[in-house]
Design a protein around this ligand. Structure first.
Ligand code: PMV
Length: 351
């Protein structure tokens, strides 16, 4: 497969029970299992990869900027380099890689850009090398770059089982139900701010377990929520899904605040949106929407297609209609045609 550009598209995933805290930092092994929805291509990462003997060294460009893969102080670069080397060894080639990647949405703003990037990268690299990896193998590879990415290589509702083994071989994602099972569940994303977060998730994964007493109960309670949520998804029980989603997000952000020094991702606008969702549910006499926040101030509101307009009406006065995106469920990464390539093949540079 060398000398052939492969271009892939992948998407973020939104966690309903979240991953925060690692039992192994090198392998990205989590302290609890987590559940997410892989989103459709409304928000996406496109990545082109070529392996060729024509290059002297590996090069990677993300959103137009060259990323130093040898920068050992940057965990994500280090993991990415290790993954490229690992897959290159698997395919028994010495060719160097040129990787060009672009996100259609703000990076590091709590919209899972790293998950989308790492899931798409793992998929694109394995295809460029002609490796036929199983979903499980791909999930384990993506996990090593960015934990939450291991969920994004699979479509629909996904569970990442934390696993028990020290080598991480049982810590991977699998489908609970694909994107066609309960397609009514959608995500209304509110872009409160596109500013980069002050505390990276990598730092947060370390700081919260190390300093928060509140966090101590989380691994066990999150595991219970994962069990109940899996059942709720299979039964298409939106009420239970929504309540677990909001409670998990709130409990995580409480532990973040309890971290020392505190980690605060929410802002006043995020909180206003949370209140608006509770008010909406109260008016409706039942839960029709659930907010959830990752490591950033942008609430994502999980709802059913039939309630989409009510949810938008409830929050558009707070963030503005132009800051609201709606995403359905997606099927995970896929390859695109050669016409979509981000690489200028003649000069071996980004287009
Ligand atoms: O995969 P990371 O290291 O970027 O951590 C992601 C953590 C959260 O987005 C906050 C939660 C999750 O499960 O996606």
């Amino acid at each position: 497969m060398n000398d052939e550009i492969v271009t892939a598209i992948g998407t973020p995933n939104v966690a309903l029970v979240k991953y925060w805290g690692k039992r192994d930092f090198k392998l990205n092994l989590p302290t609890n299992s987590s559940i997410s929805i892989t989103l459709d291509e409304s928000l996406n990462t496109k990545t082109s990869v070529i392996f060729t003997e024509k290059l002297k060294e590996d090069a990677m460009y993300i959103n137009g900027e060259r990323t130093d893969l040898n920068d050992v102080s940057n965990e994500k670069s280090r993991f990415t380099r290790d993954i490229i080397n690992y897959m290159r060894d698997l395919s028994e080639t010495k060719a160097r890689a040129l990787i060009v990647s672009k996100n259609s949405f703000p990076t590091a703003s709590g919209l899972a850009s790293s998950a989308s990037g790492a899931a798409t990268l793992s998929y694109a690299v394995s295809n460029a090398l002609g490796l036929s990896l199983s979903a499980r193998e791909l999930s384990i590879i993506a996990r090593k770059i960015s934990g939450s990415a291991c969920r994004g290589v699979i479509g629909g509702f996904v569970v990442w089982r934390k696993g028990e083994k020290a080598d991480g071989s049982d810590s991977f994602s699998e489908a609970i139900a694909d994107e066609k099972y309960w397609p009514d569940v959608i995500d209304v994303i509110t872009l409160v701010s596109s500013a980069q977060k002050k505390v990276s998730s990598s730092e947060g994964h370390r700081m919260t377990p190390a300093t928060s007493e509140l966090y101590e109960s989380r691994p066990k309670s999150a595991e219970g929520r994962v069990k109940r949520l899996e059942k709720a998804i299979l039964q298409k029980d939106f009420n239970t899904l929504a309540e677990i989603t909001m409670k998990d997000s709130n409990s995580l952000h409480a532990a973040m605040l309890d971290t020392y020094p505190p980690i605060i991702y929410m802002n006043d606008t995020s909180r206003e949106i949370m209140y608006a969702i509770h008010a909406l549910n109260e008016n409706e006499g039942g839960i029709i929407a659930a907010y959830t926040l990752d490591a950033g101030p942008n609430p994502q509101i999980i709802t059913l297609k039939e309630h989409k307009n009510k949810v938008i009406d409830a929050v558009k006065g707070i963030v503005g209609r132009d800051k609201i995106l709606v995403a359905g469920q997606g099927s995970g990464p896929r390859t695109l045609s050669a016409a979509e390539s981000l690489i200028d093949e003649t000069n071996m540079v980004p287009k």
